[in-house]
Write a protein that binds this ligand. Structure first.
Ligand SMILES: [Cu+2]
Length: 138
């Protein structure tokens, strides 16, 4: 009986230790925040960078590092329906329909290279709404 109890205690301690050591540490995981807004002008549709080094740039090249967590926020600034897609990563954001609406996509770029981002709603990609995401080797 005593042996059984002792065994149970040891098992409990072991499972507690396992739980603690298995807790993932995400504190040190860098997050790259990128904000873009939508614009339209006649037949043109495009993205414009908001803040940082891409501020005010049309369809800016977005530089990120492989395996960092990347968060892209899209703000509707023209009142037309838009979204942002990253076809090489199978990502399509929610649509932002009204002026002021926002949506965010979060992903981990797991390969390096240059990949397109765009809005494919109502022919917007063909009307200029596209840019390039550059993923740098970690
Ligand atoms: Cu669009």
């Amino acid at each position: 009986m005593k042996l059984k109890i002792a065994f149970f205690v040891i098992l409990s301690v072991l499972s507690t230790l396992t739980t603690v050591s298995a807790t993932p540490s995400s504190k040190d995981r860098p997050i790259t925040h990128i904000t873009l807004r939508t614009e339209s002008e006649g037949d043109r549709r495009y993205f414009v960078g908001v803040g940082g080094t891409i501020d005010g740039k049309v369809n800016p090249r977005l530089f990120v590092k492989a395996w960092d967590v990347v968060e892209i926020t899209l703000i509707n600034n023209d009142g037309l329906k838009h979204h942002i897609g990253l076809p090489d990563f199978f990502i399509t954001s929610h649509e932002v329909v009204e002026k002021g609406a926002k949506t965010t996509v979060t992903f981990v770029p797991f390969k390096d290279g240059g990949f397109p981002y765009n809005c494919i709603l109502e022919n917007h990609k063909e009307m200029g709404m596209k840019g390039e995401l550059i993923i740098l080797h970690k």
